[in-house]
Ligand binder design. Structure first.
Ligand code: FMN
Length: 186
């Protein structure tokens, strides 16, 4: 078997019991063997400030290197006020600079939005996609993943309780593996 694709997983919520992190863990567990997923933390990244580029914080440097080394990126995010949480937007901004050296450039991506609400973070999903267009991240168009009703999806150990959700998320990851092969660097 060929080497699995290295997929960085970014979780848009910083809270410990986040539904989005539980969803990310489920996606990691359901991914096909062709993918090797790793959640990369973003909560410690200092706010992007261009003045700091002359001596970039170590956390920026290592985050940029980690993203650059990856074959693909999976975003799993809640919706904050119909948009992307600031921590995730900051991570996007940090790895997009210095100008002309964006770590995102050409990396295949996929977006999963998660909410206890009924519309599954649609606003965050599409605001994120707007940035991904500019960053030249080919984001998988289908299947879309708006995970709603998230408060009822997990047991106390973080396991998925609904078979339909498990089947959907497994199909999503299989489609993403195919998307990476089609759109990634060979
Ligand atoms: C600042 C803030 C804004 C929020 N805005 C939205 C929103 O626009 N749409 C939505 O569905 N839920 C919204 N929520 C509720 C979140 O979906 C809910 O807190 C969810 O658990 C956060 O995701 P997490 O479990 O991954 O941390 C908001 C929560 C916070 C803290």
């Amino acid at each position: 078997m060929s080497t699995p694709r290295d997929v960085v997983v970014l979780v848009g919520s910083l809270r410990k019991d986040a539904f989005s992190r539980k969803t990310a863990n489920a996606l990691v567990a359901l991914a096909p063997a062709a993918l090797k997923l790793a959640i990369v933390e973003i909560g410690h990244l200092p706010f992007y400030n261009q003045d700091d580029e002359s001596q970039p914080p170590a956390a920026w440097v290592s985050f940029r290197q980690r993203v650059r080394a990856a074959d693909a990126v999976l975003f799993v995010t809640p919706e904050y006020n119909r948009s992307v949480p600031a921590a995730l937007k900051n991570a996007l901004d940090v790895a997009s600079r210095p100008y002309g050296q964006s770590a995102w450039d050409g990396k295949p991506g996929a977006v999963v939005s998660v909410s206890p609400g009924a519309i599954g973070g649609f606003g965050a999903n599409h605001h994120l996609r707007q940035s991904l267009v500019f960053l030249n991240v080919p984001a998988m168009p289908q299947p879309e993943a708006y995970v709603g009703g998230a408060a009822d999806l997990f047991d106390s150990a973080g396991g998925l309780v609904k078979e339909g959700t498990r089947t959907f998320l497994a199909g999503f990851m299989a489609a993403f593996a195919a998307w990476i092969e089609t759109n990634g660097k060979h």
